[in-house]
Design a protein around this ligand. Structure first.
Ligand code: PEP
Ligand code: MG
Length: 825
């Protein structure tokens, strides 16, 4: 089972068992028993033996999605079956083509003792060979669960949001989480209920997508158990993200040719290269050991050695000035400081597990639970955790590092791309990245963009068409990979690459000049930065200033609050890099919602995006807020300082923050600091005429403005792609903000992702925007886009765009507008 491509089985979370790669198409009963449950999709059933052992028989991995296609039930619930009796029929071909694996899993889900499988590998004959033995417990667990006691706590009604209902995998996730609590927890559906620590009982509730349940708990941590488990269920128990992979996505490149694999454009660029597969393999290890003391020693040594090594790597990157990469390794080292690793592993080791099995099981389990989180930030942490998990495992097994040789034309193809795998590669020796999973907002995508390496993510199972050594064309602008290119494809790609290079070098040559439209309107092109290293790159790429310093990024990997001096040091460093000729717009701390910060106490809220985030959070901690403002004011000695507040929705919020800043400015005797608000809540745009009288400037955060205008969570695994900032509703709010600001003589910037959208510059100029603030590497391109247009034509374009019916219509208008411009170049 350890080799199955599903951590729920391979980590042993479901119980002990064995995996059989079938050559036939009928599942036979492995022992005598009653069919306790038969899944609706007919891909799994549970047998209950007379000794009280529940055995789960599950055909294939991810087969629940086939919804019964290719399966035939040969028995019914309640049937008593004899060993060797046919239970389910299945079409091997359908499963092999459509599921991750066809391996049949036989798991002792409950009530068994002394499991042993004498044949660890090899061939077995159905109905003849013994595959495993297991004893029954003397006190078999009762299938009927205890009623919640009188003083138990019962949570809110939550809907099952895993698309396939509560089948084996989500049930196992719920069980593994429920086991962390000391309280006894039950899941209630109408009059039926099941213990949350029993996979089979949970599956027995037959819960489908959309069903409503309640979680009830009794014990010392009942409250926490009920809230956490209810949240977990509401978030889909890890199934949403998988599901989303299969869904069409508006920004996904949809291919109509076998030779073109469509994915998500995660980092721009075009290249011709050669595929090299990078598989993260799990080394073989013994599952059991009878020397627990030695195992614990070995684990402790491996944890320490890995941590030391990660910190060494962090220091190396700091010395090379690669702060972004350094921070990743620091964060990874911190992951290992958690004392519960050792305590959790000790429990498993004492019961006969080897250190490697204990460690890897627990890491996989925790990573899985993070991977099921609703917000992208947490899901990305799962990748980080597995990354560190593999490192410790290799240290424990005393294996050398896996080496991976690349060249400038290598297209690195893998299932996922972990940040540390990416950071460990030399950008000048990699051609492109392609992954089955992931999207455009992952940590890895951000790093790939900062390295300037094209990246196509989210290719899904079609990635299997890529084999090492194969020639491909990778288009990271549009998100596709062409396999088996013929000479004319290659010639087209080479030509496009040469043109692109020429355009880029022209743009780079002019990067330090102001961006002036054909009719002479100057548009300030500024940079979005998160730290001093970004500021350095931005200056090198010709930024006119910094339009957004995301101050929360300065300390995102810290566990403790930075002191005022540490903050001041960072702001001053950035201010010095920019100098007196450029502006620096510091955004005050923007955490809460989807952006947690380890040292900020943020209470969990039902609707965190509509709760205490951004400025609302800062105002709750006036001392910390004042310290941040004092630290930022120090930068006014070196550069043109602007301060702006995130998530302002009402005038009062701004006025209170303005007061606080005014007090600090008086004390510090600093003058000439401009104060602005981010327009990212629709009410701020609708009240722009009122706000414009009080602020010095506006900066439109189109990422959040789009999310709140369209009521689509920006990190939603299924809907986010629909939240396009060129939706006419968002464009009208941008226009409204510009008109109101200009009437009061104030300026407007756009610092959300739309500013860097390759098609959007003419539209934003036409709507009246004065400044575009974009990621550092995009600066020369955006300046070139400004220079290519006439602002009067842009105005006409914008007037037309706001009258259109939706984002798709706007995008096609923008494409039409861009084509004659490109042709005229
Ligand atoms: C935005 O919301 O558009 C923005 C720039 O802020 P952030 O992406 O940091 O929330
Ligand atoms: Mg925002």
């Amino acid at each position: 089972m350890a080799e199955l491509p599903d951590a729920v089985f391979s980590s042993g979370m479901m119980g002990e068992g064995i995996g059989i790669d079938p050559t036939g198409q009928t599942l036979l009963a492995p022992c005598r028993g009653t069919v306790a449950q038969l899944h609706r999709a007919h891909h799994a059933l549970t047998l209950r033996t007379p000794e009280g052992v529940s055995i789960l028989l599950h055909i294939g991995v991810d087969t629940v999605r086939l919804q019964g296609q290719g399966f035939t039930a040969l028995v019914q619930e309640g049937d008593l079956v004899e060993p060797g009796q046919p239970l389910l029929g299945f079409e091997l071909d359908t499963i092999a083509r459509r599921a991750k694996s066809a391996v049949v899993v036989v798991v002792v889900a409950e009530g068994g003792t002394g499991f042993s499988a004498p044949r660890a590998s090899g061939r077995v004959r159905a109905g003849r060979d013994e595959i495993a033995t297991v004893g029954g417990t003397s006190t078999p667990e009762s299938a009927s669960s205890p009623s919640p006691a009188v003083d138990s706590i019962t949570g809110r009604l939550v809907r099952i949001s895993s698309p396939s209902g509560l089948h084996a995998r989500p049930a196992a996730r719920l069980v593994s989480e429920a086991k962390r609590f000391r309280s006894s927890v039950v899941v209630i559906k109408g009059t039926a209920q099941a213990r949350a620590t029993s996979v089979t009982e949970l599956m027995g509730l037959g819960l489908s997508f959309g069903d409503e349940i309640q979680i009830s708990a009794q014990g010392t941590d009942a409250d926490l158990a009920v809230t956490s488990l209810s949240d977990l269920v509401a978030q889909g128990l890890g199934e949403d993200a998988d599901h989303a992979l299969a869904l069409p996505d508006a920004r996904r490149f949809v291919s109509d040719s076998d030779r073109v694999l469509g994915g998500v454009a995660a980092s721009p660029g075009l290249m011709v290269g050669e595929v090299k597969l990078r598989a993260l393999t799990v080394p073989k290890f013994d599952l059991e050991s009878n020397t627990p003391a030695a195992e614990m020693d070995a684990l402790e040594r491996a944890l320490e050695a890995t941590q030391r090594r990660l910190l060494r790597e962090h220091d190396d990157y700091v010395r090379r000035g690669e702060i972004e990469k350094a921070q990743i390794f620091e964060a990874h080292a911190e992951l290992l400081t958690d004392a519960t690793w050792m305590s959790d592993c000790v429990v498993a080791i004492r019961t006969g597990s080897s250190a490697a099995a204990a460690w890897f099981g627990i890491v996989s389990q925790r990573a899985d639970s993070l991977a099921s989180h609703r917000t992208a930030l947490f899901r990305e942490r799962a990748e980080d955790l597995m990354d560190v998990g593999h490192r410790v495992l290799r240290a424990l097994l005393e294996l050398p590092d896996e080496t991976f040789e690349t060249s400038k034309t290598t297209v690195v193809v893998s299932d996922t791309l972990t940040p540390s795998a990416l950071a460990s590669l030399d950008a000048s020796r990699v051609g492109a990245f392609a992954t089955a999973k992931g999207g455009a907002t992952s940590h890895a995508a951000i790093l790939a963009r900062s390295m300037g390496v094209p990246y196509v993510a989210g290719i899904g199972s079609a990635i299997e068409n890529l084999v090492s050594g194969m020639a491909v064309i990778v288009n990271g602008d549009e998100g596709w990979i062409r396999v088996h290119p013929d000479p004319s494809d290659l010639a087209d790609a080479e030509r496009a690459m040469a043109e692109r290079k020429a355009r880029m070098s022209l743009a780079e040559g002019l990067a330090h000049d102001p961006a002036r439209t054909l009719d002479g309107r100057v548009i300030e092109v500024a940079a979005n930065i998160g730290n001093a290293k970004d500021a350095e790159l931005a200056v090198k790429n010709g930024c006119d200033g910094v339009g957004l310093l995301r101050s929360e990024f300065l300390f995102v990997n810290r566990r403790t609050e930075p002191s005022e001096d540490e903050q001041r040091e960072q702001f001053e460093r950035i201010g010095r890099l920019l100098g007196r000729e450029r502006s620096l717009v510091v955004r005050t701390l923007d955490v809460g919602g989807d952006k947690p910060l380890a040292y900020m106490p943020i209470t969990s809220e039902e609707n965190p995006f509509l709760g205490i985030r951004g400025l609302r959070l800062s105002m709750r901690y006036p001392e910390a807020f004042a310290a941040q403002i004092r630290a930022a004011l120090a930068a006014a000695r070196h550069t043109k300082l602007h301060i702006m507040f995130p998530m302002v929705g009402q005038l009062d919020e701004f006025l209170r923050a303005k007061d606080l800043v005014a007090t600090q400015m008086r004390i510090a005797q600093v003058e000439n600091v401009s104060l602005g608000v981010m327009v990212e809540v629709p009410s701020a745009a609708l009240l722009a005429d009122v706000l414009a009288k009080e602020v010095d400037f506006f900066s439109i955060g189109t990422n959040d403005l789009t999310q709140y205008t369209l009521a689509i969570d920006r990190g939603h695994p299924e809907l986010a792609a629909q939240a396009d900032a060129v939706d006419p509703s968002v464009l009208r709010l941008i226009r409204m903000t510009c008109q109101a600001a200009h009437a009061e003589g104030k300026w407007v910037g756009v610092c959300g992702g739309l500013a860097a959208d390759p098609l959007a510059a003419p539209l934003l100029i036409g709507l009246g925007v004065d400044e575009l603030s974009v990621p550092g590497p995009d600066l020369p391109r955006v300046k070139a886009a400004v220079r290519a247009v006439d602002s009067n034509l842009c105005r006409r374009l914008a007037e037309r765009a706001v009258t259109l019916t939706g984002a798709t219509a706007v995008r096609s208008l923008l494409k039409q507008f861009a084509e004659p411009q490109a042709a005229g170049e």
